[in-house]
Design a protein around this ligand. Sequence first.
Ligand SMILES: *[C@@H]1O[C@H](CO)[C@@H](O)[C@H](O)[C@H]1NC(C)=O
Ligand SMILES: *[C@@H]1O[C@H](CO)[C@@H](O)[C@H](O)[C@H]1NC(C)=O
Ligand SMILES: *[C@@H]1O[C@H](CO)[C@@H](O)[C@H](O)[C@H]1NC(C)=O
Ligand SMILES: *[C@@H]1O[C@H](CO)[C@@H](O)[C@H](O)[C@H]1NC(C)=O
Ligand SMILES: *[C@@H]1O[C@H](CO)[C@@H](O)[C@H](O)[C@H]1NC(C)=O
Ligand SMILES: *[C@@H]1O[C@H](CO)[C@@H](O)[C@H](O)[C@H]1NC(C)=O
Ligand SMILES: *[C@@H]1O[C@H](CO)[C@@H](O)[C@H](O)[C@H]1NC(C)=O
Length: 650
Amino acid sequence: MNEMLRGASRAVLFLLLFQGLGGDGSEFVGDGRDFGGDYSKLSGIIIPGFASTQLRAWSILDCPYSPLDFNPLDLVWLDTTKLLSAVNCWLKCILLDPYNQTDHPECKSRPDSGLSAITELDPGYITGPLSSVWKEWVKWCIEFGIEANAIIAVPYDWRLSPKMLEERDLYFHKLKLTFETALKLRGGPSIVFAHSLGNNVFRYFLEWLKLEIAPKHYFQWLDQHIHAYFAVGAPLLGAPDTIKATLSGSTFGLPISEGTARVMCNSFGSSLWMMPFSKYCRGDDVYWKHFSKGNGGVHHSYHCSEQEPQSNYSGWPTYIANIEVPLVHDSAGYDAYPSLSEVTHENLTSMECGLPTQLSFSALETSDGTFFKAIEDYDPDGKRLSYQLNRLYHSDPVLNPLTPWDRPPIKTVFCIYGTDLKTEVGYYFAPSGKPYPDNWIITDVIYEIEGSLFSRSGNLVDGDPGIASGDETVPYHSLSWCKSWLGPKVNITRAPQDLKVAPKAEHDGSDVQIDTNVEHNYGEDIIPNMTRSQRGKYITYYEDSESIPGKRTAVWELDKVNHRNIVRSPVLMRELWLQMLHDIHPNAKSSFVTKVKRGPLRDEDCYWDYGKARCAWPEYCEYRYVFGDVHLGQSCRIKNNSTDMLSHYL
Ligand SMILES: *[C@@H]1O[C@H](CO)[C@@H](O)[C@H](O)[C@H]1NC(C)=O
Ligand SMILES: *[C@@H]1O[C@H](CO)[C@@H](O)[C@H](O)[C@H]1NC(C)=O
Ligand SMILES: *[C@@H]1O[C@H](CO)[C@@H](O)[C@H](O)[C@H]1NC(C)=O
Ligand SMILES: *[C@@H]1O[C@H](CO)[C@@H](O)[C@H](O)[C@H]1NC(C)=O
Ligand SMILES: *[C@@H]1O[C@H](CO)[C@@H](O)[C@H](O)[C@H]1NC(C)=O
Ligand SMILES: *[C@@H]1O[C@H](CO)[C@@H](O)[C@H](O)[C@H]1NC(C)=O
Ligand SMILES: *[C@@H]1O[C@H](CO)[C@@H](O)[C@H](O)[C@H]1NC(C)=O
């Protein structure tokens, strides 16, 4: 019966999608001149990542010794001019109280709204990666004729813990209304694009929604409002980077000291949201608790499977954090051996011999509080970290976010991430002897790169490296967790990313490797039996349209695309568009857009082939001079026939 219902709702969706086409629709199939209007029913909802939303001042703050003051609506995140000229003043506006997540008494900031809040962070000042995140993405939408009201950004105060997002800003409530408004306004469901921490936010939303909506309407609501979910660069099992930011600060490339960055990050309730954790341990199911025991205070405990103790590092490549414990009791009153011995893995003999002891912590121990407890005696901030972890995460009334996420019950899920970049997977810390916040120094870093582990000095390190490495910020182990969302049979395709790198001038399928119905046992990684040529960058697709009737799951791995840049990667844009166009095309037969062929989609993709003295890609591109063109390549343009263009991919 379930299947019938699903089938029926699918049919309704298709009706919803294509009802609006009317005359337009037949034109699209016949000689559609452009795509505009064909998506008329769909909306795109963007949930940005950590630090990717503008924050504006909601106060008047006099900054002594600086000509710049903060006035209402002034940019706080990110105005680097003010940051440079009045850092203490700026900090007042950005810091939160670490215990109760309230604003500084003299200055408060709130997230900006709308698309512009996520497209530019600091226009013109720093040209680095922070300055624009979603701008390119929005540009593509406009180029392909998406209506302005079809793209909705849902920025949030990325400094807050999930619970506080709802308590202070009713964020999840508003997000629900956003989906409902989009459905009402445009008549169709939405496509969710979440980046980085935005995925954690979306996961929390789905759990929150379960408690908000009557149980029997939950799946119905999801089917009605969400057509597809694109999880981009999701730290699904957390990121060790969080530990670094927590102990020694992470500056985002801003002109601030690491100590300042540490104070800033540690004042935010959101910082621990991306703590690395073990995939073998789960929390209690809050959902059932609510129905069995009412709404009492919850404290999630971890239940670990027998694989946790059997695995070397909670399944990660190495220990996340290693600290060197000082030996002598010094004036600061470090005398914590008794409490440390409870948590140590090491034999006490080395301590007795008078050598400093190294303590190592796995992902489970960093997320369950053991690690923070162990450093409490060395770090005045340890107590606060323990408090935040407990209060904001382990006691969250909706979900313990530091647990592995099962496939969300959404019709179509795409999980997309970059791979094969050098990514930090573990750290060695030692006390520096300086006061907080500079009391730790990083003595070594362990990186994963292409199936091996290296230390900062370049030496090979033992451990359990995965088959690939991460996206520079999040390790492969965490990004690739969503491969566990695929069913028992998976179709794998590997194709070159770049149109021009393929051996022939065009990517015509000769360089595409396809493996259908590869066996996938739950809990085991899927490793493609495929090759890469040295020069090329590839994209590897894992697809499953069978295991859950009416639902599709796909994982895309993009070689050498980094965490932050992935949302403006032209390759990702191209694949997204083709997949979406394919999805809404009435003649589409396969479940996923074909991979065997890729041609230009935009004028930028056309270029002059000097060897043949004509535009390359004659099938797609033509020579069309427009006044103002300076060189030949510029005059090579897409033939204006979108029907034709799309028919290549059905
Ligand atoms: C687009 O191409 C198809 C097939 O080549 C042709 O039938 C159709 O008339 C073309 N449409 C336009 C607008 O040129
Ligand atoms: C196709 O051509 C028409 C008229 O020349 C133009 O208005 C439209 O923007 C073009 N569409 C694309 C996708 O280039
Ligand atoms: C939050 O904490 C600060 C300082 O710890 C305190 O002054 C303030 O009253 C607290 N606010 C609330 C709402 O508890
Ligand atoms: C644990 O490490 C050992 C030695 O490095 C290795 O042989 C073993 O396969 C690892 N176990 C797991 C479960 O990865
Ligand atoms: C501690 O060291 C002793 C002697 O080397 C050894 O017998 C014992 O098993 C070790 N204990 C642990 C917990 O590693
Ligand atoms: C991988 O592919 C090669 C060639 O296609 C084949 O000979 C080999 O048996 C395959 N290995 C596995 C583990 O499937
Ligand atoms: C794999 O591809 C084949 C052919 O395109 C298709 O019939 C099959 O359903 C796909 N398998 C899965 C698991 O999606």
